[in-house]
Design a protein around this ligand. Structure first.
Ligand code: SIB
Ligand code: ZN
Length: 444
């Protein structure tokens, strides 16, 4: 067996225990074959885990081995717009700043921004993400080269477009969902991604959702993000957005909605009954003053809750460690209860919750699971002493504490050096693309 061993560390197990164990990975299969003495049955492994000693090793001494983090909602190429427009609410921010800038983006820019974003993700221990954007063939190519997993989709907006333009956008999203599914040796999966229930017209939602169901791809959209997005639906239709989504057949067990900030009790029940996942984006919700999602109530109702950074223009980074801390803090404020959304809950949301929401492998370190993991260096002043490593993940660690990142059995970063992309070149290319973009926007 072509093995990779992660040795000498403490390992965060799916039940929340932390054990001193080595993790043995079958690199060809991209799976974990042993955690300490626990192994997959010989039948499943196909050979003996002892062969392991000849393979490559990653040192995890003084470190915590965790499942690779999952960023379940982002617009990765928006790294180019990091810090471009801040301190505004969602609607004017999109209309006055972001959409005019995005109108000038070329496929090369999107590739440059996506490269920058995936470097940032690998460096901060993220191994899987969901992306809604455009020029998705370029994003898929970057994901393939970077070695990550992703669920990708073309974001559809039909407001402000004529019928032909609107239909073409829906068709593009369906084409991306059909054609890119299974790319990157199966690490890339897809979804149909209407931007939201207010930015896509009803007839286009109907058509697109029906086609997505036919194609067997899930649906991802922004839902109940701001009150401005809920009110028009209630006014026009006399029903709340989640009921509208259900009427559209867009509320299924494989679907995952970003935000879910303004949800009433009946909507939480509908989401729980449907088995749809919610991707909580606390930093974006705070920055755009969208509101506080009812995360504890969603979890109490049995909803799968994941975490997302949203784009780097509303965050302003792609560090899921920050998202864990923000989710724990904001969840307590929202519930008016310091025991709400505890450390172990946000760690679960950033790992298994994310993988389950996206329907991707990973999120758990156990024999038989996908070999997606991050090794977090605990030997730092801000992480001393270690009373409880799970507390540190939620409240004290940063993405920059990650030493090694592994996805699908491949080492993507070793000793803080990204191996799959040339990080320096990526950073230079993105900085140039961003400044050229801003020049074009100011001339337009
Ligand atoms: N095909 C569409 C593009 C949609 S991609 C997804 C969109 O989501 C936007 N976006 C980023 N963050 C948020 C958010 O928090 N809420 C809603 N939209 C966002 C992003 O800027 C991008 O325009 C078009 O022709 O305009
Ligand atoms: Zn978004």
């Amino acid at each position: 067996m072509n093995t990779l061993r992660v040795t000498g560390g403490r390992v965060l197990r799916p039940d929340g225990r932390v054990t001193e164990s080595d993790v043995t990975i079958d690199r060809d299969a991209g799976t974990i074959v042993a955690v300490g003495d626990e192994t997959v049955s010989d039948a499943e492994a196909g050979s003996d885990a002892e062969v392991a000693s000849d393979g490559e090793t990653l040192d995890a001494s003084g470190s915590l081995v965790i499942p690779g983090l999952v960023n379940a909602h982002t617009h990765v190429a928006m790294t180019l717009l990091r810090g471009y427009a801040d301190d505004k609410p969602l609607d004017p921010w999109l209309r006055e700043d972001i959409w005019p800038a995005e109108a000038e983006l070329t496929p090369d820019d999107i590739e440059a921004g996506a490269e920058l974003g995936v470097v940032e993700m690998i460096r901060s221990g993220t191994t899987a993400f969901a992306d809604m954007y455009f020029a998705m063939d370029r994003v898929a190519d970057v994901v393939d080269r970077a070695g990550l997993r992703a669920r990708l989709g073309h974001g559809v907006v039909t407001i402000g477009k004529d019928a032909e333009g609107a239909r073409a956008d829906v068709e593009e999203s369906l084409a991306v969902a059909r054609e890119l599914d299974g790319a990157g040796d199966g690490r890339i999966r897809t979804a149909f991604m209407p931007h939201s229930l207010t930015t896509v017209g009803e007839e286009y939602l109907h058509e697109g959702v029906a086609e997505a169901r036919e194609a067997g791809v899930p649906i991802h959209l922004h839902a109940n993000e701001t009150e401005d997005e809920v009110d028009p639906i209630v006014d026009e239709r006399g029903e709340r957005p989640i009921a509208y989504a259900q009427d559209l057949d867009a509320l299924g067990p494989d679907d995952f909605f970003a935000h879910g900030v303004h949800l009433d009790g009946s909507e939480i029940d509908q989401i729980a009954d449907a088995g749809t996942a919610i991707v909580h984006c606390p930093a974006s919700n705070m920055k755009l003053a969208s509101g506080m999602a009812p995360v504890q109530r969603l979890r109490d109702a049995g909803v799968t809750v994941a975490l997302g950074t949203d784009g780097a223009a509303s965050n302003n980074d792609l560090d899921v460690f920050d998202e864990m801390r923000d989710a724990a803090m904001l969840g307590k404020l929202a519930a008016d209860d310091a025991t709400a959304v505890p450390a172990e809950a946000v760690v679960e949301m950033a790992t298994a919750g994310g993988a389950d929401a996206l329907g991707l492998p990973g999120g758990r370190i156990e024999p038989g699971a996908a070999a997606d993991l991050a090794v977090v260096d605990l030997d730092a002043p801000h992480l001393t002493p270690v009373h409880d490593p799970v507390s540190h993940l939620a409240y004290a660690a940063h993405g920059s504490d990650v030493r090694h990142t592994v996805c699908d059995g491949e080492v993507l970063m070793r000793d803080r050096e990204v191996l799959t992309l040339d990080a320096e070149r990526v950073q230079e290319r993105a900085a140039t693309a961003a400044s050229d973009l801003v020049d074009r926007v100011s001339e337009s």
